[in-house]
Design a protein around this ligand. Structure first.
Ligand code: WQD
Length: 344
């Protein structure tokens, strides 16, 4: 199939492009590079040996979006483009609503105009809010507690209404738990701008010496060692989940948890990364981070039954692959691109 991948240069996007190409699909990437780098797409071609069209464009630019659809006959869209920092969404909510929701409205309207009705949408476990019913199943009531999560929840609602109005749509809502890791080549991986908000990239930057020490946000949670417990999912498993969702043929709309069903605490992640990297990860313990849940992990059974998908990579691979990416790219894509041809 010919697939439009929005946000294809991002962390999830670049890994998803690799799996789509490896599965024999053709892709076109649209990305505004606000939180990603063209170097990632060059490396997607290096990994797969395949070339593809790239549009440096923003979903809010209707004219450009129309041109992309007019020039390409898409069979489906995988929609990953979006702002995704929980903390930032609290400080600039309107930016998140405009970018994530309005951008999606323009995209879906363009899909309708060009008769493209197969969509895989990048949602998030954050739509479940602070539920304490574990493991989380897809029928858990949605109760996002921050603007970022609310944009994902509202987009899911919007897509349900689009389907109710036209039952020829085929829509998959993928609720990611905690994506971590990197492609085994060490060529693509998580490349956060500035200080990482998330645990794994922060740990790996401590391991490489870019950051001095990790702050553990609270050790008084009701968990085995008092630190927060999450369902970490290897990004390659996550990417393969997009291919499975894309290839599901029936019309309809449904949500799927993409997680492993296993939770690890912060201290367990630190120990696993120290073992995988051979580096010491110094840390101090602070108060809890506002908005953090104690425990969050998936019941991934539905994705297994309906999509034929389940995660296969464990915590060792997650840490080893992250470390290989970090070691090979201590300053991320920007530095590598500059060193390679002298241009940013
Ligand atoms: C994991 C654990 C922290 C950093 C977020 C978003 C979610 C999704 C994935 C987009 C928690 C602890 C973290 C640090 C720490 N993103 N931690 N020190 O918060 O579960 O999920 O990313 O869809 O929407 O909310 O991930 O990696 O930030 O935190 O102790 O420096 O690590 O308290 O227990 P989170 P995280």
């Amino acid at each position: 199939m010919m697939i439009l991948v929005t946000g294809g240069a991002g962390y999830i996007g670049s890994h998803t492009c690799v799996e789509l190409l490896n599965a024999g699909h053709e892709i076109v990437v649209l990305d505004n590079f606000s939180n990603s780098h063209p170097e990632a797409l060059r490396r997607v071609s290096e990994i797969t040996g395949k070339q593809f069209t790239i549009y440096h464009a923003d979903l809010l630019n209707k004219e450009k979006l129309n041109e992309v659809f007019a020039k390409n006959k898409f069979d489906a869209v995988i929609h990953l483009a979006g702002l995704k920092a929980v903390g930032e969404s609290v400080t600039v909510p309107l930016r998140y609503y405009e970018n994530n929701i309005t951008g999606t409205i323009y995209l879906v309207a363009m899909m309708k105009k060009y008769q493209v009705r197969r969509l895989v949408f990048s949602s998030s476990a954050t739509v479940y809010g602070m539920t304490n019913k574990m493991p989380i199943t897809e029928d858990t009531p949605l109760s996002a507690v921050n603007p970022y999560g609310r944009t994902k929840q509202m987009i899911e609602t919007l897509l349900h209404d689009v389907y109710q109005a036209d039952k020829t749509w085929n829509i998959a809502l993928l609720r990611y738990f905690n994506p971590v890791g990197a492609h085994e080549s060490g060529l693509i991986g998580e490349n956060p701008n500035g200080i990482p908000n998330n645990l794994m990239p922060y740990i790996s930057q401590v391991a490489i010496g870019k950051l001095k020490k990790l702050t553990v946000f609270g050790n008084d949670y009701p968990t085995k060692d008092g630190t927060g417990l999450r369902d970490y999912l290897h990004v390659v498993d996550l990417a393969k989940g997009h291919v499975k969702a894309l290839e599901k043929d029936e019309n309809g709309i449904d949500a799927y948890n993409l997680g492993t069903g296993t939770g690890y605490s912060v201290l367990e992640m630190i120990a696993a990364f120290e073992k995988a990297s051979g580096q010491n990860i110094p840390f101090t313990v602070s108060n809890r981070r506002a908005g953090d849940a104690a425990v969050c992990y998936a019941n991934p059974v539905k994705a297994g039954i309906v999509l034929g998908w389940q995660a296969s990579r464990g915590i060792v691979e997650m840490c080893e692959d992250t470390w290989r990416w970090q070691r090979n790219n201590p300053s991320g894509y920007e530095e590598a691109a500059k060193n390679r041809d002298g241009t940013p």
